[in-house]
Write a protein that binds this ligand. Structure first.
Ligand SMILES: C[S@@+](CC[C@H](N)C(=O)[O-])C[C@H]1O[C@@H](n2cnc3c(N)ncnc32)[C@H](O)[C@@H]1O
Length: 267
């Protein structure tokens, strides 16, 4: 949380039987996160060949058994939730939680189209959500940790203000999860590729700068004045465009190769 922000909470009700009321923490940061994802909800699934395979990989690692209960944190449009719903089958249960209503609307539309009976979605801040003990056999989170602030620090001993600093290597993940009391920690790495289609080195660098400019954890517009942002963009382009020119190309796009780290542990 930013120092000047005082959290206020509000009940949004709870749909899971026996669970405590769900609270949404209201402060500037959370609103920026919601704005950021509200702006992406309708396009998130369009030609998205990036997230669904990662979600499927995560579900494969966790390997939820038929009849089990799964919580999907930061479910977004539900990629993890639906893959988990397939794995747990009709006697299982999947709950997807997300802070952004419009992401959940996309997820719910998919659930309606599938007439899925074993998956439900709840609007909630994952850092304030509360379920009775032992509600779930598996808790999954794909591409969501970077947006969370307090829970891992408070509850799991992981300080994610700079998620990369706490979790950006296998050794750091092991140390953080071990210190927090998790057992049977397994960390694996996969080589991933994200193709930025129909782009040039200039457009690619612009889009990366645009993401950094709007990223809710530290939007440049809150930190710098317009003049400073313009100067920073110019410096960034001078450094980034030549680098982008050396990146692999595929079908008119630019290929970004990176390593993804995966952690599976038990409590
Ligand atoms: C990159 S999307 C990931 C969606 C999905 N897990 C996937 O991998 O396709 C990040 C999601 O995190 C959600 N999110 C961010 N902060 C959250 C919070 N505090 N509680 C619940 N969801 C949150 C956003 O609304 C967004 O839907």
């Amino acid at each position: 949380m930013l120092p000047s922000e005082t959290p206020k909470t509000r009940d949004v009700g709870a749909r899971a039987a026996g669970s405590k009321p769900i609270r949404i923490i209201e402060n500037g940061y959370k609103d920026r996160v919601k704005d950021f994802w509200q702006g992406r909800s309708e396009v998130y699934d369009v030609n998205n060949s990036f997230h669904p395979p990662l979600c499927a990989h995560l579900v494969g690692l966790a390997n939820p058994f038929p009849g089990s209960a799964v919580l999907d944190i930061a479910t977004g449009t539900g990629s993890v939730a639906f893959a988990a719903a397939d794995a747990v089958g009709p006697s299982g249960r999947v709950v997807g939680v997300d802070i952004t209503d419009t992401m959940l609307q996309q997820a719910q539309a998919k659930a309606d189209a599938l007439a899925a009976t074993n998956v439900e979605f709840q609007l909630a801040d994952a850092e304030a959500v509360s379920f009775p003990e032992q509600s779930f056999d598996f808790i999954l989170c794909s591409n969501g940790m970077a947006y969370l602030q307090n829970v891992p620090a408070a509850k799991f001993g992981v300080a994610p203000e700079d998620a990369g600093a706490a979790l950006g290597s296998e050794a750091r993940i092991r140390a953080a999860l071990g210190a927090a009391g998790f057992k049977s920690i397994e960390v694996s790495a996969s080589k991933e590729v994200k193709v930025f289609e129909d782009t040039t080195p200039e457009k690619f660098a612009e889009s990366i700068f645009g993401m950094m400019e709007r990223f809710p954890a530290a939007p440049l517009s809150q930190l710098l004045c317009q003049q400073q942002i313009s100067e920073l963009r110019a410096d960034y382009m001078i450094a980034a465009v030549p680098q982008a020119e050396t990146m692999p190309r595929r079908d008119g796009g630019i290929v970004n190769e990176f390593v993804m780290l995966w952690a599976v542990a038990t409590v």
